[in-house]
Design a protein around this ligand. Structure first.
Ligand SMILES: C[S@@+](CC[C@H](N)C(=O)[O-])C[C@H]1O[C@@H](n2cnc3c(N)ncnc32)[C@H](O)[C@@H]1O
Length: 209
């Protein structure tokens, strides 16, 4: 695969043909094929959802009886759908846990959120980890016991500590790098299956400082 982001690759061309705004949808598709995180009828929280290809995929996966809440700092470009709620939100904002709690509980939380990259690997991975920490800290308030998680993280920072913390709060947790990730990309996804629903206090105690 070419590392030249200006040239559409196989996944970009396929996304266009299949009506998705972003090639990143195929990462979620691979995660779903592998782990079956989302089921028909589920209520799903999609974070870092703009421009909207994951939410479009999720609406198909949850079917007519399910629903999706899509949140992002920016604009999510999706047509109105009674099963979809669009939220402008900052995962790092003070109100984030209360905002998602109010709309929960969810059967699954997925996040493709990524900080605007600076090219400085240390700073970029630290910002990515901060997003994951904020999401993980909010899980006891918004994810149902038994629920599932998939969250993007940049490699090279705290992903091993975060994975260890997820192994204590989910029946199983692992890192998974979909083939659709660009060859030069250092992103991966932490996947948790079967949330045990610990209290917020317990969750805070095991997160890295
Ligand atoms: C790779 S894009 C997501 C693509 C999306 N999954 C799709 O398929 O269309 C990453 C998104 O993370 C969002 N993001 C970054 N930091 C955020 C924050 N603090 N709160 C909410 N969204 C954030 C960005 O605005 C951006 O839209």
């Amino acid at each position: 695969m070419s590392g030249d982001r200006s040239r559409p690759d196989h996944y970009s061309r396929r996304a266009k043909q299949e009506g998705y705004q972003a090639r990143s949808v195929y990462k979620l598709q691979e995660i779903q094929q592998r782990f079956r995180l989302i089921r028909a009828g589920n209520r799903v929280l999609d974070l870092g959802a703009a421009p909207g290809s994951w939410s479009r995929f999720l609406l198909r996966a949850v079917g007519t009886g399910g629903s999706v809440v899509a949140g992002d700092l920016g604009v999510i470009e999706l047509p109105p759908d009674p099963r979809l709620e669009l939220l402008q939100l900052d995962i790092l904002g003070e109100d984030f846990p209360a905002e998602v709690e109010r709309r929960g509980p969810f059967d699954a939380v997925v996040s493709d959120a990524a900080p605007a990259t600076t090219g400085g690997r240390v700073l970029d991975t630290a910002r990515s980890a901060a997003l994951v920490e904020a999401i993980v800290a909010a899980l006891p308030r918004c994810l149902r016991p038994g629920g599932n998680l998939a969250v993007k993280i940049f490699q090279g920072g705290e992903e091993q500590e975060l994975l260890r913390s997820l192994r204590q709060t989910f029946d199983s947790a692992r890192a998974f790098k979909p083939k659709a990730c660009r060859s030069e990309s250092f992103e991966t996804y932490l996947v948790g299956v079967g949330f045990r629903g610990e209290s917020e206090r317990e969750q805070r105690d095991i997160l890295p400082v």
